[in-house]
Design a protein around this ligand. Structure first.
Ligand SMILES: Cc1cc2nc3c(=O)[nH]c(=O)nc-3n(C[C@H](O)[C@H](O)[C@H](O)COP(=O)(O)OP(=O)(O)OC[C@H]3O[C@@H](n4cnc5c(N)ncnc54)[C@H](O)[C@@H]3O)c2cc1C
Length: 818
């Protein structure tokens, strides 16, 4: 807009005029934000948006993302009625299964679509053929159809949202390039552009594949890599009177189609992917003039897709091509968006849309605008939160390897317990080699190698508990042996990857009692389980806090949550004027070993002179003890429902301590155990897992965690909200059991009472001691009664489950306190 002069001040600056930036600006305006500027270095829709294929599918593997995409459709329908219609066409979509396992996956998706009220229907091969007559259905097993999916013109959509944003007061400046992002005490201060500086409070990085480059201006790592993505457009060949075709996805063959005028668009995800400009030794360096440009055609990489397409739609080998598009797009290391406030206060990102940004844009704009205005996410956005990426993603090599693996596996079926193959061995326990030498099978979490379970070649393994169907694909019988060893004698667990955060400073106690819902200042040597709530009373984090000294505390939280939980602590400190409190990550300084089981005390007592008796060392107490000449912190706590301790050992002494305990445990058959056993043990005991049963959308009272909220405290974040919520609960987290231990759910399955959907499974697994399969779900308060029978649909079949009293194991906690 040449006629406008660039203001020197604005509250919010959005960078990027693609579908992402215009949607964020549109929704900010909808929320009443009047002082918003959008800056685009070239023309609107000159980034990835202009060369998009424009398919809009709603059902995704993540419930939140599905809700966001459903909102996108709602918005595009509405915009279609405006005076800037985006050519939204609700043509429906088909997904076909070219394998038995894919059909099972489709049935599972149909199940959980019911929990959203999505109109996803199973269709026969014949029905698929009727809907898309060009298809050869030779090896098609079946499929599903969603009438409300569609397609949109990405450029027109961007212009429509830009028009809506302008109407709401947003000022849009094209040909204005952001050159620097300036901060003051880790908060946004201004942006410098080639047309002048703008002082501002909030910057939103909607840079698409350029988002990593924009992030670097504020010293923030945004792990997005531009990947080349290709599709072709055929000449017109469909008869004028032909019915408009639904989109068609055939993931087993890596391909998708949609109708374009009277021809077809056909694209897919190549198995031999290619990054654009990024390499394993350098971050992306996209040319400064890369706008409204495409990459050269790469037929050799597209060959497999073209061959598959001609097999599925034989007409493809007969008709001519009008256009071949090779355009780069920003991909993240896990194919999910990269959203939210970064480690710099007021610096948000909404980018990395992984070739589903047109489908996602409406929802993305909405949730990010709400996040900005509300200061916290309005939904559980953990799977899309930039803070899910650990420090490992600072490495271009690590990031590229992960992005490549996930791009190429975009259309694959993802089985439970699946592990990533690329970019492994980044972070290791100090005793990693011992695990490796002793039969450990490793999994990966947040770039840490962790023991899933150990293989012992001399042990007889029993496959009889293997879950039904493909849930059992990555299951291993060793896990139940580790489970029983812990329940019957003792297990030794290496939890060194736990995130460890030190809080120091005179006001550290006051600060923590403000962030945490529980009272965590109980005196030196006391450990407290707590949640940190958001303003709506949702659980932002949960962890344990140990008071180490008058003004020093140790927070222990999950491996994957370091950036998220530390980020939340920093945010509350920043906004609550607790800036003198120091928040330090000390994860790698300490190993952490858990020893749990009825014989844990006897074993540990053999190697320390410290008095470990119940009287001298009570539950939720923490002390420095000496073990084999090593001073270490022992905390009496458990995540498996057994007597025991967590030991925080200086990393250099870790092996010595581990071996000493193992030796002491010999006579008790102490067994080294892995994370899979922990999962089974904790499910039986009903210990909640953040991002499992609890998250920012669930409150402590409905989650059965009200005991950890100190309502008597004067004030803490979220107190007013939980005061309102606690006596008005309309749902409750419930434990369900299945009599057949092999009926294992995977999550998101619909739960029925009298054929009506009443909830969806949050988490599930096997309880070896109670000999049942377990699932947790939020159910309406009037249904969540002990003894009630419900039905859970797994792969199209309804299985009966019973709501049980919690916890399912050791309800009096006698074992923990013994
Ligand atoms: C070939 C292909 C096919 C696709 N098909 C589909 C599909 O069928 N369905 C679907 O849902 N998605 C699809 N996508 C994905 C979708 O197009 C993208 O996710 C989406 O367009 C990304 O939008 P964006 O706003 O994040 O990025 P962009 O459109 O790239 O916008 C980012 C903007 O930031 C600007 N910018 C960068 N640096 C600066 C700076 N320093 N100052 C100011 N401005 C700056 C850039 O100029 C650019 O305009 C496809 C993508 C490709 C490549």
């Amino acid at each position: 807009m040449a006629t406008q002069e660039l203001p020197s001040r604005a509250k919010i600056v959005v960078i990027g005029g693609g579908v992402g930036g215009t949607s964020v600006a549109y929704h900010l305006a909808q929320l009443g934000e009047k002082d918003v500027i959008l800056l685009e270095r070239s023309d609107l829709t000159s980034g990835s948006t202009f060369h998009s294929a424009g398919l809009v599918g709603q059902l995704r593997a993540d419930p939140t993302l599905t809700k966001m995409n459903m909102y996108s459709v709602e918005l595009y329908r509405k915009l279609q009625q405006s005076d800037t219609p985006p050519s939204w066409r609700e043509c429906g979509s088909i997904k076909i299964a070219s394998s038995k396992e894919r059909m099972e996956e489709i049935r599972r998706q149909i199940g959980w679509a019911k929990t959203f009220g999505l109109d996803l229907q199973e269709i026969s091969t014949q029905q698929a053929k009727e809907l898309f007559p060009l298809m050869d259905t030779t090896d098609v097993v079946g499929g599903c159809y969603m009438a409300s999916d569609g397609q949109v013109d990405p450029s027109q959509l961007t212009q429509a949202m830009a028009a809506g944003a302008r109407k709401g007061g947003v000022k849009i400046f094209t040909h204005t390039r952001v050159l620097a992002i300036n901060t003051d005490r880790n908060r946004i201060k201004s942006v410098s552009t080639d047309k002048g500086e703008i002082e501002c409070e909030i910057v939103v990085n909607c840079g698409g594949m350029f988002a990593a480059e924009i992030g670097r201006l504020a010293k923030v790592r945004v792990p997005i890599i531009p990947m080349s993505h290709q599709y072709l457009i055929t000449e017109n060949f469909l008869p004028d009177d032909a019915k408009f075709l639904p989109s068609l996805r055939d993931p087993d063959n890596l391909i998708y189609f949609r109708q374009e005028v009277k021809g077809l668009v056909m694209g897919g995800y190549e198995r031999n992917s290619k990054p654009f400009t990024a390499s394993s030794t350098s971050y992306d360096q996209i040319p400064a003039d890369f706008n409204s440009k495409l990459l050269p055609e790469e037929w050799d990489r597209f060959e497999e897709i073209a061959t598959n397409a001609a097999k599925r739609v034989p007409k493809m080998s007969e008709i001519g091509l009008k256009n071949f598009i090779n355009g780069p797009e920003g991909f993240t290391p896990d194919n999910e968006f990269c959203l939210g406030e970064t480690s710099v206060g007021g610096f948000y990102v909404a980018a990395g849309f992984c070739a589903h940004g047109i489908a996602g844009a409406g929802g993305i704009g909405k949730v990010v605008a709400e996040w900005i205005v509300g200061g916290e996410p309005s939904m559980d956005l953990w799977h899309m939160d930039i803070k899910r990426f650990s420090e490992a993603y600072n490495s271009p090599k690590f990031t590229l390897a992960r992005v490549t693996e996930n791009y190429e596996a975009y259309y694959d079926i993802h089985y439970p317990g699946e592990e990533r193959q690329s970019a492994r061995e980044e972070n290791k326990s100090p005793i990693y080699q011992w695990h490796k030498d002793n039969g450990a099978v490793f999994g990966e979490k947040a770039a840490w190698e962790r023991v899933n379970y150990y293989l012992n070649p001399n042990e007889k393994l029993d496959e009889s508990l293997k879950p039904n169907g493909w849930v059992g694909k990555n299951w291993h019988p060793a896990v139940s042996l580790e489970h029983f060893a812990t329940r019957e004698s003792a297990g030794l667990f290496d939890e060194s990857s736990f995130s460890k955060i030190k809080i120091t400073g005179k006001k550290s106690g006051e600060f923590l009692n403000y962030v945490c819902a529980n009272n965590v200042v109980k005196g030196v040597g006391r450990t407290t389980y707590t949640q940190a709530l958001n303003k709506k009373g949702g659980i932002e984090s949960d962890y344990t806090v140990t008071q180490v000294a008058d003004d020093e505390f140790l927070i222990i939280t999950g491996t994957a949550f370091l950036n998220h939980d530390k980020g939340w602590l920093e945010k509350v400190a920043r906004e609550g004027n607790f800036e003198e409190v120091e928040i330090t990550d000390i994860t790698k300084q300490l190993a952490c070993f858990g020893i749990w089981g009825p014989n844990a005390r006897k074993i540990l007592q053999k190697v320390t002179n410290a008095d470990l008796s119940n009287q001298a060392f009570g539950f939720m107490h923490s002390k420095i003890i000496e073990l084999g000449g090593v001073n270490l912190r022992a905390t009496r706590i458990t995540y498996v429902g057994e007597l025991g301790w967590e030991l925080y050992v200086p990393a250099d002494d870790a092996l010595k301590v581990w071996l000493l305990i193992l030796e002491a445990g010999n006579e008790f058959n102490l067994r080294p155990c892995g994370y899979r056993a922990i999962e089974s043990l904790r499910l039986e005991k009903g210990y909640r897992a953040w991002a499992g049963e609890i998250n920012s959308e669930t409150n402590p009272f409905e989650a059965g965690l009200g005991f950890a909220v100190a309502m008597k405290k004067d004030n803490f974040v979220g107190k007013q909200a939980v005061e309102r919520l606690k006596d008005n609960l309309n749902r409750k987290l419930s434990a369900l059991t299945f009599d057949d231990i092999k009926d294992v759910a995977m999550g998101n399955e619909p739960i029925f009472v009298n054929n009506s959907v009443v909830g969806r499974v949050k988490s599930a697994g096997q309880g070896y001691t109670i000999k049942k399969a377990i699932a947790y779900a939020y159910l309406p308060a009037d249904i969540a009664k002990v003894g009630t029978k419900v039905e859970v649909e797994m792969f199209g079949t309804k299985k009966t489950a019973t709501i049980e009293a919690e916890p399912l194991f050791d309800p009096q906690s006698e074992r923990i306190k013994s």
